[in-house]
Ligand binder design. Structure first.
Ligand SMILES: [Zn+2]
Length: 273
């Protein structure tokens, strides 16, 4: 039993050393969802926690990046700053405008929000009200944020899982999502975030066909959630890793996540339980 434990710890140490490379020469992409002035939960980070995160990034010399800057790096090999980090938020909740946006300005931090186009509030939107997922930002709020601290990307029309759709259905959804954002005058980057963090993890062929479809539809970067930090240069621009930041993380766990060790840490923690 003791040898087994030593073996497991040794193996973990090896993975850790291997992963250190990504942490020191990688692009951490943090993934948030809701921001609240009050309570935190799995998908909601409180403004108090977010201030801690932003203070840490600024004090430790991190530079936050827009999608467009990462795109220039990937496509034109434009160099990135020494400690790059991407802040991303999924879905386009209204609290991103009310709670996140003031903090972005205060800390001079750039963020990227992946919008569910059909959920954006506008005078002509009669889509599911109230929405069971939460309250979503208005087109006017999105346009305001796009003027300084925020860039936007695609996150489907009604939060469908692309893993459950055929390629023609995905293509139709991409087109519909883009058209809606254009109709609302919301500027959007050629970039997509997979809903539910993933796309056909097990079917390589289908995944490859999906990447080709994205490329044909002028999607030039796509993000998943894998809780790793990808090493630079980015190996697969249609499968960039992001790290889920939970409101249940104590501050030290946020640091572990930022350094790219949260997956290893979670596995280790689960083994000890
Ligand atoms: Zn989502």
């Amino acid at each position: 039993m003791i040898y087994l434990l030593i073996g497991i710890i040794g193996l973990l140490a090896l993975v850790l050393i291997f992963k250190m490379g990504a942490a020191f020469n990688g692009l951490p992409v943090l993934n948030y969802h809701k921001i609240s002035a009050a309570e935190a939960d799995f998908l909601t980070v409180s403004t108090t926690q977010l201030r801690q995160h932003f203070e840490y990034l600024n004090k430790n010399g991190y530079t936050t990046l827009f999608i467009s800057e990462v795109l220039e790096h990937v496509e034109q090999k434009k160099p990135l700053p020494a400690k790059p980090v991407m802040i991303t938020l999924d879905d386009g909740y209204r609290d991103n405008y009310t709670c996140l946006y003031p903090l972005l300005k205060e800390y001079n931090i750039k963020a990227n929000i992946f919008l569910v186009a059909g959920f954006i509030q506008s005078p002509d939107n009669n889509h599911v009200s109230p929405n069971p997922m939460g309250e979503f930002m208005s087109a006017t709020e999105a346009i305001t944020m796009s003027k300084d601290m925020v860039q936007f990307g695609l996150h489907t029309y009604t939060h469908q899982s692309y893993s459950k759709l055929s390629l023609p259905e995905i293509e139709a959804d991409l087109k519909k999502t883009r058209a809606r954002l254009q109709e609302l005058n919301i500027p959007v980057q050629p970039c997509h975030a997979y809903t539910f963090g993933a796309y056909n993890q097990k079917d390589d062929q289908k995944r490859q066909a999906m990447f080709e479809l994205l490329a044909q539809n002028d999607v030039r970067l796509a993000f998943r959630v894998s809780n790793w930090v990808d090493k630079l240069p980015v190996k697969n621009k249609f499968f960039i890793s992001r790290i889920h930041v939970s409101g249940l993380f104590p501050f030290w766990k946020f640091k572990v996540a930022l350094w790219g060790f949260i997956k290893i840490f979670n596995r280790f923690e689960a083994m000890l339980k």
